[in-house]
Ligand binder design. Structure first.
Ligand code: AMP
Length: 423
């Protein structure tokens, strides 16, 4: 029987993983320069971290969580980052100082969804969270960080959509207004939206079905219903984004899937992605801690899907063509040559130079050169009986094909001089 990986959960290796490393390190640099420090939380959490906090009618909580049930507890594999982050903040009192705190995470998420292009069951998210700052400037900062991440790869094919979903004061009357609007049209909505109607009518605005969209087009929009302080907040976010030179558009249909958002909600979308067009998104979630039974404090954050970013970078050919390859491939022909080259190869490796050596005892030069070629080494170094007699080594530049003879006595320094990734 052939055992394969779980559907929607991928293995990563080779050039693809090299590309991931390249992208990950660039994103971490952006976080670093904006002052965000990393936080890692466990993959497994108690179910209470998500149920009752993220919103019980959300797809994530209702049907997408992988559960592990033991005698006394139900655990889930983390489906999203913010609720886990909030659990950790509260557990370690990270918000206790009252000072703004900036965090980022890079973690796998697990959702039991129907896999398709850009939609996996194990996917990876970079996320950022800024706590203890209620200002609209903080919201604009988060949007700017996400924008900067895409800019750092020179990606331009995306749109920044922002909205305000109001607060606990102005959202309930807006929800009532929406319900009044949808009530007579309930039968025309999809089954999912009919379920959403009672408790999450705003999510009907987010439905991707054409028939629901057509109805939602004439629905009352939140921006005309939010209270004056939400309005002032929203206007200031827009002003700051303009100052930050982030191109954005207002989209009153952005409501985000999760229940915990207040005021600013945003989404980055790209046509490069096809049907699953969300590159990343987030918003303000000042009320989330109270869903954990604790005093509220302000927070704003976003999540960015790595797999979707990788699709965008692949489609636009913005991934590096060359990956790191060995500087040297050593071919010792015989035991004596091996005694000389083995310690030298370790010396170079210990100085950070990628140097391969063949452990083959029986193969000839032709085979060894093939290996150097296969590995894409910059140089191949050969020592046989003849060279040992002369105290020399033969160095072949694998790209140009030129050869030169080096003296064994100065081999280390000569090689270091030629190494691409010299220490
Ligand atoms: P969400 O937590 O649903 O707002 O997702 C944040 C980001 O994660 C999205 O904008 C996507 O880029 C990415 N994402 C969400 N769900 C998936 C999935 N099932 N597979 C791959 N990426 C996803």
């Amino acid at each position: 029987m052939e055992i394969k990986s779980v559907r929607g959960m991928n293995d990563l290796f080779g050039v693809e993983l090299e590309h991931w490393h390249y992208v990950e390190s660039k994103i971490k640099k952006v976080f670093h320069s904006f002052g965000y420090s990393e936080i890692r939380t466990p993959a497994l959490e108690k179910i209470e971290v998500f149920s009752g906090t993220v919103g019980d009618e959300t797809d994530i909580v209702e049907k997408q969580m992988y559960q592990i049930i033991t005698d006394s507890e139900t655990y889930v594999l983390r489906p999203e980052g913010t609720a886990s982050f909030m659990r950790a903040v509260l557990e370690h009192n990270l918000h206790g100082t009252g000072q703004p705190g900036r965090y980022f995470y890079y973690l796998p998420m697990f959702r039991h969804e129907r896999p398709q292009k850009g939609r996996l069951r194990q996917f990876h998210q970079f996320g950022a969270e800024l706590i203890n700052d209620a200002s609209p400037e903080a919201d604009a900062e988060l949007i700017t960080v996400l924008d900067q991440i895409y800019k750092s790869f020179e990606v331009t094919e995306y749109r920044v959509r922002i909205n305000s979903v109001g607060c606990i004061e102005c959202r309930p009357p807006y929800k009532d207004k929406l319900k009044d609007f949808f009530q007579p049209k309930l039968n025309e909505l999809c089954e999912q939206c009919q379920k959403r109607f009672e408790r999450s009518p705003m999510r009907i605005l987010d439905c991707k079905r054409e028939s629901c969209r057509a109805i939602a087009k004439t629905a009352p929009l939140i921006l005309s219903c939010i209270c004056s302080s939400c309005k002032t907040h929203h206007e200031r976010v827009k002003t700051c984004l303009t100052m930050a030179q982030v191109k954005f558009e207002e989209d009153p249909y952005i409501v985000r899937g999760l229940d915990y958002y207040t005021r600013t909600a945003f989404e980055f979308t790209s046509e490069l992605l096809g049907a699953q067009d969300a590159l990343g998104g987030g918003g303000r979630y000042d009320g989330l801690s109270s869903r954990f039974g604790k005093a509220p404090f302000p927070a704003v954050g976003f999540g960015l899907g790595m797999e979707r970013l990788m699709i965008a970078l692949q489609e636009t050919k913005r991934l590096p063509q060359t990956i790191q390859t060995p500087s040297f491939f050593f071919s010792p022909l015989g035991d004596k040559a091996f005694e000389l080259l083995f310690p030298l190869s370790l010396k170079l490796k210990r100085q950070g130079v990628w140097c391969e050596i063949s452990y083959e005892k029986t193969k000839g030069l032709k085979w060894l050169l093939k290996q150097a070629n296969r590995l894409n080494a910059d140089f191949s170094l050969m020592i046989g009986d003849e060279e040992l007699k002369n105290g020399s080594a033969l160095l072949k530049n694998m790209k140009s094909g030129t050869q030169e003879t080096l003296s064994i006595t100065s081999l280390e320094s000569e090689l270091l001089r030629r190494a691409t990734h010299a220490p």
